[in-house]
Each structure stands twice: as structure tokens, then as C-alpha cells.
Design a protein around this ligand. Sequence first.
Ligand SMILES: N[C@@H](CCC(=O)N[C@@H](CS)C(=O)NCC(=O)O)C(=O)O
Length: 206
Amino acid sequence: MKLYTNPLSNNGRKVATVIHHLQLQLEVEVVDLSKGAQRAPEFLAINPNGVIPALVDGDLKLWESNAISAYLAELSGDKRFYPEGVARYDALRWMFWEANHWSKAVGVLTFELLLKNMFNMGPPDDARVQTAQNDLRKYGRVLNAQLTGRRWLLGDDVTIADFMIGADLTYAGMTGVPIDEFPELARWVAAINALPAFVATAPRFG
Ligand SMILES: N[C@@H](CCC(=O)N[C@@H](CS)C(=O)NCC(=O)O)C(=O)O
């Protein structure tokens, strides 16, 4: 089984945290995004979208970080991390929410306030930043309410859903995601970042 990823990517980190948490052994190939390796024909044959992460397991070519994470979690058999029954749909609900709402708003801030500067792409678009921050306040309230009275998103056990939503916040401190306005969210983010899987996969520059 081989994972194509990049250690600086928050989507790559979602899968990396799952691999670390479940203590899985996988071959890993770093795709150099700065050199455009994600658009090379060999990689497009694996993921025609030209983005990482991607996983190859025999004939299966899997992309989308949440799907790859769910596949690995299922293979591991860890039912606390990727529960069965009704709780699985609870986890999936938060993973779809993450992909549709949370990651998009976080991604706007990462692009406008981090990547544009890094790659000399001009000044941030203030209107887009404002809209993303407003969206994150709306979604932050939803997360804060869910986390009130629960240790983790679904309850007593940390699950794949915590990992997917938490990994999006890799650059939150540098991009002003309004976490501290929500006490339960802030408590949860601190707990996520203290998990061994998150400590081990924090991006290192230089
Ligand atoms: N929805 C996809 C998003 C993947 C994605 O956007 N990956 C970024 C890195 S975080 C990428 O490969 N960007 C390269 C590019 O856009 O050229 C997932 O969750 O896997």
C-alpha cells in the first residue's frame, strides 16, 4: 500500500495523523507540490484531480483525504476510532460537514493569508478573508455547541471525525481562525494538538 502526500499539506496531514494513531505501516512518496509533481502524467493516472493525498492499494486508486482515512481506519479494525452502527453515520456526518463547510472556509484563510504571501501572489483579498472569518464564526458556534458536555466530537472516544476537523487547523494560528472566541472549541483544539499523532505530524519548515 502506498500513500502519495506532502508533509506541509493539511489534507495530507489528515491521513498522516490517522496512520500514526492506528500505527499502520505504509510506503510513502512525497509529491513535490512546489515543482508541480501533482500535475505529472504518472500522478494524474492515480488522481486525475491533480491533488494529494492519494492512496494505491493493489488495483484500488483512492483519493479524497476523508475517504482514504476512512479506508485505513476500517482496515485497522479500530471500532472506537471509526465506530460501527449509528455512530458511524454520526462520524460521517461530521466528515461531510468538514469537507463542505469547515475546510472550505479554513482553506480561504490559508490561501489568502499564507500561500499568497509565500508564493508572491499579491495581497490578500480582504473581502474573501472577511467572508471566511464570518463563516468560521458560524461553524465555530456549531462545533462549540457540539463539544459542550462532550470530551470529543462524538463523546468519550476520539474518532476519525475529530482528526479530520482538527487537521484542517494546522495553520489556524498563522491565519487567524477565530478559535479563542469559542471556549469549548479552544479546549478541544488544545487537546487535539496534544495527541501524539498531531505532535508527530506537525509541519516542520526548513
Ligand atoms: N478535497 C481534497 C483536497 C486535496 C487538496 O486540495 N490538496 C492540496 C494540498 S492541501 C493539493 O494537492 N494542492 C495542489 C494543487 O492544487 O495543485 C482532499 O480532501 O483530499
